[in-house]
Design a protein around this ligand. Structure first.
Ligand SMILES: [Zn+2]
Length: 283
C-alpha cells in the first residue's frame, strides 16, 4: 500500500495525514481498516457550512462503521475544546460578556481558525452580556473587529477547510449583529431566549389600539406632504421611545410577560417608524 488510504479526503481531514498516513508509519493497520471511508470532502465542507455542528454526529448514520468516532470527534466536533489542526486546548468562550472571543476563534498554538462552537446565542457570538440594554456603538466596534479577523476575503489563499470555517464564523457574526443591532429584534430575540417568544401572526392586542395604528398607517400612505410626515414621525418617535423605556424596565425586572406585551405593541410603532423613514427617504 504505497499511498495514504485517506488521500481522497485529505483536504477535509488535514490531521488525518498525520494520524493515518500509511507511508509515514503513523497508523496501525487496524486504524486504517476502521477509517478507510467513502467520506467525501464535499460532504464534510457542506456539513461544516450548514451548521458547524459536530460533523461526526451529523454523518455517522451515513458513514456508520467507516469512521472512528474518536478521530472524527477530535477532528470535527466543534465542541471538542481542542484545535482541529494541532489538538491544543482552546480557550472557549463560555463567558456571557467580555468582548470578542478570540480565544475560541483561533488556536493560540498554531493560530488556525476554528469551527463555530455549537449552541452559541447571538450575544455570545458577539461577546456581549445577555441583556436588552446595549451600547450600539460598542456592538458595531465588536462587529468590525470580528469581521476583520474572520472575513472570508482573509482566507482566500488558505485551505478549503479554513475557508469553510471562516465562512461559517463570519456569517454567524453577521446574523448575530443584525439581530442585536435594532432594539425591536434584540428584544424579540431576548424574549425568545427567556422562553417567552411571540409567534408569527399572534395578536391578542386591544382592537382600539389596532384601529389607531391602522389610521396612522393610512394617513402616512395618503399624504405626500413631507412636513406632515415629519410631524407624524416625531409623534411616533415619542411613543416609540416610551415603549423602549418600558421594555427596558420590564427586562430589568425580569418581567417577561410585561416585556412581551410591550414588544407586541412596539412592533407596530417600529413599523410606522419604518414607513415614515421610507417616505422621507431616510431609511
Ligand atoms: Zn492549533
Amino acid at each position: 500500500m504505497a499511498a495514504c488510504l485517506l488521500k481522497s479526503c485529505r483536504l477535509a481531514l488535514p490531521r488525518a495525514q498525520g494520524f493515518l498516513c500509511h507511508e509515514r508509519g503513523l497508523s496501525s493497520s487496524s486504524i486504517i481498516s476502521s477509517t478507510v471511508c467513502s467520506f467525501s470532502r464535499r460532504q464534510a465542507i457542506k456539513a461544516v457550512l450548514s451548521n458547524s455542528a459536530c460533523i461526526y454526529q451529523k454523518t455517522k448514520k451515513l458513514q456508520r462503521g467507516m469512521m472512528s468516532s474518536r478521530i472524527m470527534g477530535r477532528l470535527y466536533c466543534s465542541s471538542s475544546g481542542v484545535c482541529w489542526n494541532c489538538s491544543a486546548e482552546l480557550s472557549r468562550s463560555a463567558t456571557s460578556s467580555g468582548g470578542p472571543r478570540v480565544g475560541a476563534l483561533f488556536c493560540a498554538s498554531c493560530n488556525m481558525i476554528q469551527p463555530l462552537e455549537d449552541g452559541l446565542n447571538s450575544f455570545q457570538i458577539m461577546g456581549k452580556e445577555e441583556k436588552f440594554d446595549m451600547d450600539v456603538q460598542d456592538l458595531t466596534n465588536s462587529f468590525r473587529d470580528l469581521q476583520r479577523l474572520l472575513h472570508p476575503d482573509k482566507f482566500s489563499n488558505k485551505s478549503e477547510i479554513e475557508q469553510s470555517y471562516s465562512a461559517a464564523q463570519s456569517s454567524a457574526v453577521n446574523r448575530a449583529y443584525k439581530v442585536l443591532l435594532k432594539p425591536l429584534s434584540r428584544g424579540l430575540y431576548l424574549l425568545e431566549l427567556r422562553g417567552f417568544s411571540i409567534e408569527e401572526g399572534e395578536s391578542n392586542i386591544d382592537p382600539v389600539f389596532l384601529m389607531e395604528v391602522m389610521e396612522i398607517n393610512e394617513q402616512i400612505a395618503d399624504t405626500d406632504d413631507l412636513d406632515t410626515i415629519r410631524r407624524m414621525g416625531k409623534d411616533n418617535s415619542v411613543i416609540l421611545n416610551a415603549h423602549l423605556d418600558e421594555l427596558q424596565a420590564a427586562f430589568n425586572k425580569a418581567d417577561y410577560s410585561g416585556a412581551r406585551e410591550t414588544l407586541m405593541r412596539l412592533k407596530y410603532y417600529a413599523n410606522i417608524d419604518d414607513k415614515v423613514k421610507e417616505k422621507l427617504g431616510t431609511d
